[in-house]
Design a protein around this ligand. Structure first.
Ligand code: NAD
Ligand code: UDP
Length: 354
């Protein structure tokens, strides 16, 4: 079976390609490296011990995409490509709507032309309204997004639902990710933010490796056991395997189907910091800071639907995710740029040596 992966050099795409190759899926991937490095593709090939077709390409380029679909007989598409920085989407909304919506529409048009009917889309828990009770289920209310990035996910979901309704035989999986963290256990691939990280795990990892001085804990006065925000952190390898489960599901189901990919467990900011310290022996300096605008206190998912429908559930713990993140960050202090910057000094705040 041939799977076409967009955004294959990115954090989740690279881990998913590796899982697909391990299971002997035939992979064709593209990326324009707007938020990633070619080195990621090289490392996936090394880890998998096999080759796959990769093209540097913008998914919004209908001509190039058409050529690719003519050359490769695609069975299923996984659409990871997209811009994902929440804060940046507020200052550059048009870039986000242009890239995220256009890539999805061009992809759907090309699929239609080439009679490809199966697509998995990277959506996000951010599409849920902040008014819902926890845990979130696939039937929880959506909308009322607080930033353009969230709206692009909301709108792409709608585009895909409408396309599935209008075209017989189409199978769409809208995967709403909770909080992906961690890295492949080899420490060879991982999350490599190009700027100061927005998300907590890469931020902690960069504090640990000495690139950032301390973690700002955004709020300690939420209505949660320790006052800090609670999220559902899912190991990226579990998440990657969720895509494999979705491919299998699409083979026997049509229409648009929604799945929440998370662990079903909430972890607070301070619990995450402690887990990281325990897993690595590295102390994380932190300061309590004001709440971040737009943040909610608690967000986690029910796993009932994915267990039943996808026969999938997470296996890895937050502790393992911290250990794997550290292996990646310690071995690659500057991410995929580390080889060219290996002369630069990195200071690690080891708990045991202090
Ligand atoms: P990422 O930025 O690491 O990966 C996305 C990849 O897409 C990058 O390699 C980027 O260069 C590429 N890309 C962007 N626009 C492109 C285009 N027009 N043509 C070709 N390539 C393009 O992000 P990620 O964390 O791997 O996320 C993958 C997907 O999952 C994204 O759509 C993201 O919005 C979604 N998502 C991520 C998270 C998260 O916390 N990481 C949570 C929910 C949803
Ligand atoms: N967070 C934090 N400091 C940071 C980044 C995030 O305290 O530097 C908190 C944030 O307030 C939230 C949790 O960590 O409670 C997860 O935030 P992240 O941005 O990783 O994910 P999301 O907001 O999308 O759930």
């Amino acid at each position: 079976m041939k799977v076409f992966v967009t955004g294959g050099a990115g954090y989740i795409g690279s881990h998913t390609i590796l899982e697909l190759l391990k299971l002997e899926y035939d992979v064709v991937a593209v990326d324009n490296f707007v938020n990633s490095k070619p080195e990621a593709i090289k490392r996936v090939k090394e880890l998998a011990g096999c080759d796959f077709s990769f093209y540097e390409m913008n998914v919004c380029d209908d001509w190039q995409l058409d050529e690719l679909f003519t050359k490769h007989k695609i069975d299923c598409v996984i659409h990871f490509a997209g811009l994902k920085a929440v804060g940046e989407s507020v200052t550059k909304p048009l870039e986000y709507y242009e890239n995220n919506l256009n890539s999805t529409m061009v992809l759907c048009e090309t699929m239609k032309k080439h009679n490809v009917k199966n697509i998995i889309f990277s959506s996000s828990a951010t599409v849920y309204s902040t008014e819902n009770e926890m845990p979130l289920t696939e039937r929880s209310r959506i909308g009322g997004c607080t930033n353009p990035y969230g709206w692009t996910k909301f709108m792409c979901e709608q585009i895909l639902r409408d396309t599935a309704n209008a075209n017989e035989g189409w199978s769409v999986a809208l995967l709403r990710y909770f909080n992906p963290i961690g890295a492949h256990e080899s420490g060879k691939i991982g999350e490599d933010p190009q700027n100061i990280p927005n998300n907590i795990m890469p931020y902690i990892a960069q504090v640990a490796v000495g690139r950032l001085p301390y973690l700002s804990v955004f709020g300690d006065d939420y209505d949660t056991p320790d006052g800090t925000g609670v999220r559902d952190y899912i190991h990226v390898v579990d998440l990657a395997r969720g895509h494999v489960a979705a491919i299998e599901y699409l083979n026997s189901h049509t229409g648009a189907n929604i799945f929440n990919l998370g662990t079903g467990k909430g972890t607070s900011v301070l619990e995450l910091v402690s887990a990281f310290e325990d897993a690595t022996g590295v102390e994380i300096s932190r300061k309590i800071a004001p709440r971040r605008p737009g943040d909610i206190a608690v967000c986690y998912t029910s796993t009932e639907n994915t267990k039943k429908e996808l026969d999938w559930e997470t296996e890895k713990t937050v502790f393992q995710a911290c250990a794997d993140t550290w292996k990646w960050q310690k071995n690659n202090p500057h991410g995929y740029d580390s080889i060219s910057r290996s002369h630069e000094d990195i200071r690690i705040n080891s708990k045991s040596s202090s």
